[in-house]
Design a protein around this ligand. Sequence first.
Ligand code: SF4
Length: 485
Amino acid sequence: MKLSIKEIEREVLLILLANLVKIKIIRQIGIKVAEKKLWKKIIEDTKYNYPAGVQEDKYYFAVAYLNALARGIKKGLISEKVLTNLAPVIDKIYANNDKEIAFEESHGFKAPQFLTISPTKACNLKCKGCYASSSDFTRNKLDYGLIIKIITEQRELWGRHFTVISGGEPFVYRDNGKDIIDLAAEFPDHLFLVYTNGTLISKKVAARLADIGNITPAISVEGFERETDERRGEGTFKKILAAMENLREVGVPFGLSVTATRNNYKTVVSDEFYEYFMDQQGAIYAWIFHYMPIGRSFTVDLMPTPEERLYMWMRERELVREQKRLLADFWNGGPLSNGCICSGRPRTGYFHIDWNGNIMPCVFIPYYTHNIKNIYQSGDNLNSILSCPFYDDLRKWHHSYIDGRPPEKMGNMLAECAIRDHNPMLKRIVQKNGAHSEDEAATQAISDPEYAKRMRQYGRRLKQIMDPIWETYYQKRKLVYKEYN
Ligand code: SF4
């Protein structure tokens, strides 16, 4: 039996909640016992089908998760009210439910894990290199009723209770007098991760978030004040700090959303960065995204190079394992999700519905063949996207790269990204399926021979750098229990 991220998270949360119930305040001894249990569960008792190092990464991530939540609770960063509200939501997310099982029985594969919805393209900022090219001038948005329908189907057809909200700036969204907090309040058995620039999280907004208890904001930072204001506009950093204070005061757990570029890659994996944002400002988690050459004024030159990516991988490993920081890098952390999760990959995957209703394999693949409004007009539902040829081709690639291979021959999960690390493959599939570009930048990217050449070179160099790491630290890894303080 393979142990998925979902099952690991469930273990972590169950142990944590059990500790909470029993001793109320997490004590170090409780955590140590829980860590050993996780090792047994994730490493020893599991007949997993992934290379040993992949399971090992999941174990250390689970330990960091456990410790981050415990620290957050101990410091009062997660209020009792939010915890009480979250408990039944977590149960829904992590317990195998009838709808999930029914989906698998009728389709022959597991439902995707979650959805990302971008309700609006509008944003109150105009950040350099924004992948969504958002600004204050655009009015593109989804109807409130449409979003309700999508999330209801996600819950009813897939049995899934986790939705990511992106954008645009989600807290700018309004339709029929409703905002994103009203939306979350309609789904009390659901958890929402909201990517936000944070500048609109006033005391009043924070109080509403505390009240519903099922949204966690991931606030964008690029480094410290200089780097953040340089990309997002002067004064943004101070507004972000105010938002963090507002959330801390009412016990709403929040995290960071960090875009790593060639300019800030060392800063965002430095000890100082996490000491500041996690220890001082109270962020519970950090999700690191590497700059992707799509969207506004895209350039291949801002992507961290393969060598810089390796540097980040080494630092991230220290931060997670030795300091128990809850952080995931969505590229270097490929082993945590068993590789790329685009196109609704069964069990771990997702897809992205944007402000126009266009359905894209992932937030960073700006090409589509279907629109949710047309799907609903033709009387179909969310499932129809899972059988479309575009997604089918991408999932076949997942299968040929990872799922259809024995562990010793699996493709490198540190070089797993369909659009960035395997750009020629993605381009072939986009063109074969006649997928439309989301915007002018996406058209330019797919038709520019120079772009294609540089992405191909990037993929080749990354393979040269990361294949020896994959072999040594993942495929040939011998697992030994090691306890860090
Ligand atoms: S295509 Fe890249 S960015 Fe998108 S889900 Fe796959 S690995 Fe992540």
